[in-house]
Ligand binder design. Structure first.
Ligand SMILES: Cc1cc2nc3c(=O)[nH]c(=O)nc-3n(C[C@H](O)[C@H](O)[C@H](O)COP(=O)(O)O)c2cc1C
Ligand code: SF4
Ligand code: SF4
Ligand code: FES
Length: 586
């Protein structure tokens, strides 16, 4: 076997694949071949490094050099300069990624970007399947459950239910057939924590499920993954086949009498199918709609059998908890929220991507230290935490330590980890409308409060953003929100009003400006805003009139021009064309 002097790791996560990492990989391999360096340099494909926006990412070891935004055209220079002459290609190192990683604690994501997810040997080389071996050879199932309980781990799928307790319920359910399920439906807009973990470290999920199956007495597992995640599905299939080949899944695992078989079920992508009872109905081939609980899955789950369902990230934390001990995990975080949480940091921050942080970190640290602050030097306005069922928090919450308790006190939720940052040019009423539009469209329609109530709320929000709201609308919105929350069957309806309630709580003035003054303070709602020309600035050059696609601008050359708001379609072409910045939105 050749001894390689260098390893070139190329990100093969969905984000980097979309920005050309596969082409880059080919270009690098071709160049290495042409230069006769293939026996000295090993090229590997890894999972996501987190900072997808700066992709494609290339890391070269042993130096640990990180190159960002690398194009296939850069392959020749990397080979010539770095791999042949040992000199950095400085122009590919301009992006400050140090601050992005400095505040993070990558436990769940530790292998993402480090190993080739398509080679189980690499996972094994980093202690992979050692946790399962420990469980099978030196722990009873009860001891495994105890360690999970001791860790303080809470479900990362949104609800935050203590995982140890949940496992205990399922373990205690009578003998016979049992199932474990991995919930990889991940329907929140903008969230991709689970996808990245499945793509970058699929064996960690399989090992977590196998440990859980041993602890609870299950012999069969399902991974319910949305079909829009083809790379994740493909890597899971590869990982399952390799694990079976090595005797780490299937019959008589590691020579013991414990057997565990895993299947993948692809979901069609309905948000409601992430709800556990809808998900199980979908696996059974029925329509994916929720049903009342009890009975809970631990008593009557998949095909009526005791079932334990956990989120991808929850399963992903299990191998290390068993390997290093519940105490080890319990030492990180706050009193009632232990360990780390992965967030998808998006919106108007400089560094967007996947970040894993210890519980208890403040929102300010996530947004300003790791995220690098607000784009284009604009002001911070709010952060939507917890996805479409979450809440909008403000400047006053920036120093709030992130935990299940603190977020729910402030009116938001941890959710599955969506964090959308908004700048001071964001209209908060429009944001609430956007999230409600999503949940309304995803309502399965089974129960009237959610089906009809969210529609009514959305109608009101549409009217407000179109300048046709009335003061009574606020009371109606609040009344409907509480009713829907209290009377809906499942979590979708129960949490759908959250974005409206938190924005009404923290940004009521902005709602009132839309209703009473017919004004959108952020200048976003089209019906309430328009472009105008400052006559004192305008030099009458006619450039704006020339670019306007609907001839909405009038004026003689050399005299101030004006915009007819009725005709204007607000495309913004004139703003860019004006040489003296005389046109603004108001
Ligand atoms: C509308 C709706 C969508 C959900 N979507 C997901 C999802 O995509 N992934 C997930 O893990 N949990 C989702 N959940 C939560 C699950 O019902 C369940 O609580 C979770 O999978 C349990 O795993 P955990 O204990 O590890 O968090 C959703 C819940 C609701 C009400
Ligand atoms: S709350 Fe909404 S999504 Fe849930 S069951 Fe009722 S209608 Fe369906
Ligand atoms: S482009 Fe600017 S300066 Fe020229 S006519 Fe239009 S508003 Fe006036
Ligand atoms: S996909 Fe490459 S860094 Fe995320």
């Amino acid at each position: 076997m050749p001894t390689y002097q260098r390893q070139v790791l190329i990100c093969g996560g969905t984000g980097c694949v979309a920005s050309g990492s596969l082409e880059l990989q080919e270009a690098l391999k071709d160049r290495l071949e042409a230069c006769g360096l293939t026996d000295r340099v090993l090229v590997l494909q890894t999972g996501c490094h987190g900072i997808c926006e700066a992709g494609p990412i290339v890391v070269i070891h042993p130096e640990g050099t990180v190159y960002t935004e690398v194009r296939p055209e850069d392959a020749a220079e990397i080979v010539e300069e770095h791999l042949r002459r040992g000199r950095h290609v400085e122009r590919l190192m301009q992006r400050d990624i140090h601050s992005f990683y400095a505040g993070q604690m990558r436990l769940t994501l530790q292998n993402c970007g480090r190993i080739d997810p398509e080679r189980i040997e690499e996972y094994i080389a980093y202690d992979g399947y050692q946790g399962l071996a420990n469980a099978l050879f030196s722990m009873t199932p009860e001891e495994v459950v105890e360690q999970v309980a001791l860790s303080g781990l809470r479900g990362r799928g949104g609800g935050g239910f203590p995982t140890g307790k949940k496992w205990e319920f399922c373990a205690r359910a009578g003998g016979g057939k049992k199932y474990v399920i991995c919930n990889a439906d991940e329907g929140d807009p903008g969230a991709f924590m689970d996808r990245s973990l499945l793509e970058g470290d699929p064996n960690a999920i399989l090992e977590g499920m196998a440990i859980g199956a041993y602890a609870m007495g299950a012999d069969e597992g399902y991974i319910y993954c949305r079909t829009e995640y083809p790379l994740a599905v493909e890597r899971l299939h590869t990982a399952i086949a390799q694990a079976e080949e090595y005797g780490l899944l299937g019959d008589n695992i590691m020579g013991t009498d414990f057997s565990f078989h895993v299947h993948i079920k692809e979901g069609a992508g309905a948000f409601v199918c992430g709800e556990e009872t809808a998900l199980m109905a979908s696996i059974e081939g029925k329509r994916g709609t929720p049903r009342p609980r009890p009975p809970f899955p631990a008593d009557s789950g998949l095909w009526g059998k005791p079932t334990n369902i956990n989120n991808v990230e929850t399963w992903g934390q299990i191998p290390q908890i068993i390997l290093k001990g519940g105490d080890w995990y319990n030492a990180v975080g706050t009193e009632r929220s232990r360990g780390t949480k992965v967030f998808a940091l998006t919106g108007k921050v400089n560094n967007t991507g996947l970040v894993e942080v210890p519980m208890g970190i403040t929102l300010r640290e996530i947004i300003f230290d790791i995220g690098g602050g607000i784009r284009k030097g604009k002001g911070f306005k709010a952060v939507q935490i917890g996805g479409p069922s979450g809440g909008c928090l403000t400047e006053e919450h920036l120093d709030l330590p992130v935990s299940y308790e603190s977020l729910s006190e402030a009116g938001a939720i941890m959710g599955s980890g969506g964090l959308v940052v908004m700048d001071d040019e964001t209209c908060i009423v429009d944001v609430a409308r956007f999230f409600l539009e999503f949940t309304q469209a995803e309502s399965c329609g089974k129960c009237p409060p959610c089906r009809e109530g969210t529609k009514k709320m959305l109608d009101i929000l549409n009217r407000i953003t179109e300048g046709e709201g009335s003061p009574e609308d606020i009371d109606t919105l609040e009344r409907l929100a509480y009713q829907i929350r209290e009377t809906s069957l499942c979590g979708l309806g129960q949490t759908a009003p959250n974005p409206v309630l938190t924005t009404l709580r923290y940004f009521r003035d902005e709602y009132m400006a839309h209703i009473e003054e017919k004004r959108c303070p952020a200048g976003v709602c089209q019906a309430l805003t328009g472009y105008s020309i400052d006559p004192d600035r305008c030099v009458g050059c006619t450039k704006c009139a020339q670019v306007c696609p609907v001839q909405a601008i009038q004026g003689e050359r050399g005299t101030p021009h004006s915009i007819d708001r009725e005709t204007c379609i607000q495309c913004g072409a004139c703003v860019k064309a004006c040489p003296v910045q005389a046109i603004s939105r108001s």
